[in-house]
Structure formats: C-alpha cells, structure tokens
Design a binder for this molecule. Sequence first.
Ligand code: M6R
Length: 602
Amino acid sequence: MCGIVGYLGNKEKKEILLDGLQELEYRGYDSAGIAVIEGEKLNSFKAVGKLENLREKTKNFHTEHFGVSIGHTRWATHGKPTELNAHPHIGNYSYVVHNGIIENYQILKKALQAEGITFLSQTDTETIVHLFEKYHKELHDPFNAFKQTVQRLEGAYATLLITEADPETIYFAKNGSPMLIGFDGDEIYFASSDTPIIGKAKEVYYLEDGEYGFAKAGTVKLYNASGEKSFTKQALTKDKVLAQKEGYRFFMEKEIYEQSRIMGETIMGRVLDESIDFEELDKEFFKDIHALKICACGTSYHAALTASYLFERIAKIPCHVEIASEFRYKEPLLNKDTLFITISQSGETADTLEALKMAKRAGLRSLTVCNVDNSSIVRESDRAILTRAGIEKGVASTKAFATQTMVLWMLSLYVGQIKGMISKEVLQKEIAAMLHTPKALIVNDTLHEKIRRLSKRYLHGHGFFFIGRDLFYPLALEGALKLKEISYLHAEGYPAGEMKHGPIALADSGLFTVALMPKTLHYEKIKSNVEELSARDATILAISPEPFELADDFIQTAYDSHPMLEFFEMMIVTQLLALEISVRLGNDVDMPRNLAKSVTVE
Ligand code: M6R
C-alpha cells in the first residue's frame, strides 16, 4: 500500500527517496513521485507504474546542497492511478504526500472550491495542501497554518508537507497510519516503516496518533493535543533483513520453500519437552480470562479461524473470530473477561489496528500474533508474540500464514496448560506433532513437478471450489484466496458439508473442486461430500493420503498421523497449485494486480 519517505539534509535527496521507496515497493503501488526544495529551487516528478519509470524521468536531476524532500508510492483509493493523482500534490508553492484516507475530504474540498481554489486531482490528499495554503494566507505563519490544517482532518493519515514559504522545514502529522522519524546527527528522515531508513538513520522515534510537528535545522519539534511534547528516541536496528530470491523464480516460491526452516525458528524455545512456553506471556496475564475474541483480515483471518477450532478443542475456552472490518461497525458487546487477540503479518492493517483500539477502549486485555516487531499493532497491544517468519515479500501470504497458525496452535496448548484443561498424554502427542511440523513442510521436488504439470488443466472453467471440513475449512478458504489473488480466477472456499445447501447447483464438468480430504479428521464425511459432487460431474482434484477413485486428479499426501501435520502438508499443495496456475497464466506472482502487501486504509 502507499509508502512515504522524507529527508532533510545535505545528501543526494533523489537517491535517498528512490532507494527508500524501492524498499517499500513490495507493499504494492501503482504510481510514484518525489518533490525536493533545495535553496530556491523546487522540483517535482511523478510517474505512473513501476519506480523504474520515475527513475527514468529523474535521471538528469541531481541535488547537491542542503534541502528538504518528500517521496511517495501510491496505491489508488480516490481516483485512478494517473500521474495527476500521484503524490506529491501541489498547491501554489507547497507539496504534500499522504497515506491513509481523509474521510471528510469532500466537505473540505467543496468549501475550498467555493473559495475559488482549483483542484487538479481526484484525490482526498490534495485537500491538505490547499487547506494549508489557505491558512497560510490568513495567518502568515507556516507552522500555525499546518496545525490548523491538521485539526480539520478526519480519518487516517500520515502526511509530510514542504513549502517554499518555509523552504528548510518538513511538516509532519500522524493519525491512524504509521510514520516514524529517523535521526543521524543533523540529518532527519521520515518513513512509513523502518526499512527505508535502516542503514541511514541511527535512531528512531515512532510517532503516536495525534502527533504533528516539524523538522528544521537538525531538530524536531513535536506536538499533540496537549501542546509541545518531549520524546525519546530509540536505537534503530542496523541490520536490514534483505529479502533476496536466492535462485527461486519468485519471492512467493522462495517463501513457500522456506516454511520448513522458519518453522524451526517459530517453535524454538517455545515447544519444550513437556510443555509450551512463551517468554512474552505469563499465567497472570490469563487470570480471569474466560473467552477469546480474535480479529484479523484476509489470510490472517483464516489463521484465526483455524485457531478457533484448536482453542475450543484443546484449551476448552470459547473462541469467537471476526473479520476486523466487520467487527468495527457492528457495535460489538465486549466483556472484560475476554482476551482480545489480533493477528497480522504486517502489524499495520488499518481495520485490525482500529478493532484493537476499540477493544482497548472497552478495557479488554490484548495480545497480538504478528510478524513485524515495532509495528503499530505490536506497539498498541498489551502483549505480542512474534511469528519469526522473516520478511515476507510476496503479496500473497504463505509463510506468514504457516507461522501464525503454528503460534496459535502452540497458544492453544499454552492456554490449555494454564487452565488445567489438557492431559499429559494429549500434551505429549501435540508436542510430538509440533516438533515434526518442519519436516511436514519440506517441499518435495516430485510433488512440485506433479503440481506444475497438472496445473495446465486448471486454467479455465467457471470457477473453483476449495472444500474441507473442520480445520480444513479455513484451509480451503485460504487455498481459494491464494488462487484468486494471483491467478485472477474465481475461487471460493466452502465447508464441504454446506455444498448441498446451495453451491452444488453449480456442479458440472467446468466446476473445479479442490477437495481437502485428511485421513485424521472426518474422512468418511468429506468423502461423501466429494462423491455428491462427482455424481454431478464436477471435476475433482482430491488431496489426501487415501487413494480416492472418483478423483479426476489426485495428489497423495504423506502424513496421516495428526490433523495439523496433514494441514501443513495440504497447505503446501494449495500454495504450489496457486503459484503454478498463476505462472501459466503469465501473471505477476509477487505483485498481483490491485493488491497491496500492507493495507493501511480501511
Ligand atoms: O498484514 P495482515 O496480516 O494484517 O494483512 C491482512 C490481509 O491484508 C492479508 O492477509 C491479505 O489477505 C494477503 N494478501 C493474503 O495473501
């Protein structure tokens, strides 16, 4: 999703901005732009499409002296991905970049237009720069003009503004969208996440919601609703976790293959010989907790749904799962005996973050399962368990899902232990399966080749149904999501037993059914469901350790001793299937159309 980089100092600004934006590229964007003020000189460039287009446009532009600069990658929300709609947006003498959504922009825009101001773009962002210049005209004071502007904005924003009226200053404000300030002596950096400034800044301050201010002459002045505020910088990690394809065709492929190795890290120090331990948690944290509520989006929601089966089955604790964007507006009833759990790969998903804030306002204790330390959701939560998946670059999440699911499985045992709901025998059996999981995640070349070959038969048809029961229903949802994200084919996940209540009407040879048929969970039940589809001529791709004679295509899995081992093995099959279909269709596997890695707007 949109990315922001800003820099104030003497170095070559164009390179700092472009390199920083490159670091954010994997999040997804459709246009990019930069603006620089150096002395009296003001320059800006924008380009639709990939950053190479912007690099090409700026190839003869260089900066040599002290100056201020801002850059942005845009993922279209208001208005098409055109050059006019790309950031930075210009007023008469100022530029602005912005992540998030200004919810009241139409009201503000109408009022500004009524005063004779012309808008060039269809974006909500442009309102900020015109509002600033309006107040500047009235107040003749850039800082107060910016402050007044920020006070008028409703919604989520992280924004940077530079202006010829104060050419050595960067103005900033943050509410609901992430933003941080990096420091290296007199040089000051801004970014929407820390990757663009690692290796450049030495210290960092993560802005809080409601904070705004300005950077000038090597210092930062910070304010919130109570006035000027002091702040403490913290050391910024020096190690950039560089993600490379390492010989794989795509990041997604690499991330599928590395699931086995990283799962070892996810369980390290947590799955012990006779117990599960999380150094992040303690017994006290669960005191008087009698229910769990999990909120998440997309793939993380599927991990949450999987967990709801495990929490109720293993820990015997009621567990409700909700899609964060739905939860926010349903006026949910929240009890303080409920632990509020969020799941997020990025830790920046706006809906999940807002759901968490709601739960906190209602006085609930909160825990997040997240892949990114220091992300907004981690900082907002009372406790955080990191999934240790490493940076995930493919927009279609794979290893994040695997590690989230593993953490939640461990957590269900941990809670079961604390509540005294789990026998020694069950604990031992689960621990043995957990320790075996890295093995079940090894991608076998023969299997991959088989999936590659059979993928050619699944490039058409009028849709896919991924079906499963119990734990394999969320996996079916996830398999369908993976396929639609990168193949652009229609795919749905469905509980197998529910097909006869409607969707079976679609069954014919053009309906592709991917049937998840584990041996260890309700095999006979799902077999009957698949037989019903086969009888109506649906094309069946069955995945099971048990040979299934009615399948048109069959992938035999190896594990048949524990549902979670079957789960992870089948997860690999569905991930590879989506990947190979997408490759055959010639799609951009790592950066599928219309999608963003980090969804920071609601
Ligand atoms: O970063 P999060 O886990 O909070 O993101 C939630 C979803 O946006 C994300 O899982 C999305 O569905 C992925 N593209 C799935 O592959």
